[in-house]
Ligand binder design. Structure first.
Ligand code: ADP
Ligand code: MG
Length: 146
């Protein structure tokens, strides 16, 4: 089900969409972020953290795979699965618990989620960010999947 489709003109606007989106999120929610490199996935998460009342510095977890931000309404688990090669690797690293709505004690946001979509159990949100015509234009589509 499509919940939202909105265009942004700069990174601040994308962060604001992330910030607003945080207000509809509950404990155990899983958000998959899709879009090319440089689309704005990490900036969306930066705004999301602000919306959760979290003052931690949000950075790309490209090398760490997982960043955890505390101090807000609930823990934020921010993944970047780009360097992961398989679903099995995610299981070996013990990431399964983050993709189970019932076990998750916070909210989970996943960049490059393709490898782990098989680990998902139950409903989740898909956030897709597409580059537009202008260099700084983006379209953000938010869907809820059963
Ligand atoms: P991703 O995580 O998808 O690879 P990032 O959020 O790390 O992307 O980077 C997005 C880049 O695009 C940043 O350099 C940001 O300044 C730039 N940018 C330009 N316009 C936008 C926009 N409308 N929304 C988000 N980022 C934008
Ligand atoms: Mg990123």
């Amino acid at each position: 089900m499509k919940l939202l489709s909105v265009k942004t003109k700069n990174e601040k606007e994308t962060m604001l969409v992330g910030e607003k989106f945080a207000s509809v999120i509950n404990k155990g929610d899983i958000i998959l972020l899709s879009g090319d490199l440089g689309a704005g996935k990490t900036h969306f998460v930066k705004g999301f953290a602000v919306g959760m009342g979290c003052k931690s510095m949000v950075t790309s977890p490209t090398f760490t795979i997982l960043n955890v931000y505390e101090g807000g309404k609930m823990p934020i688990y921010h993944f970047d699965m780009y360097r992961l090669s398989s679903k099995e690797e995610a299981e070996e690293l013990g990431f399964e618990e983050y993709f189970d709505h019932n076990l998750l004690d916070g909210v989970c946001l996943v960049e490059w989620p393709e490898q782990v979509s098989g680990l998902l159990n139950g409903e989740h949100y898909n956030v897709t960010i597409k580059k537009g015509d202008g260099e700084n234009e983006r379209e953000i589509i938010v869907e809820k999947k059963k």
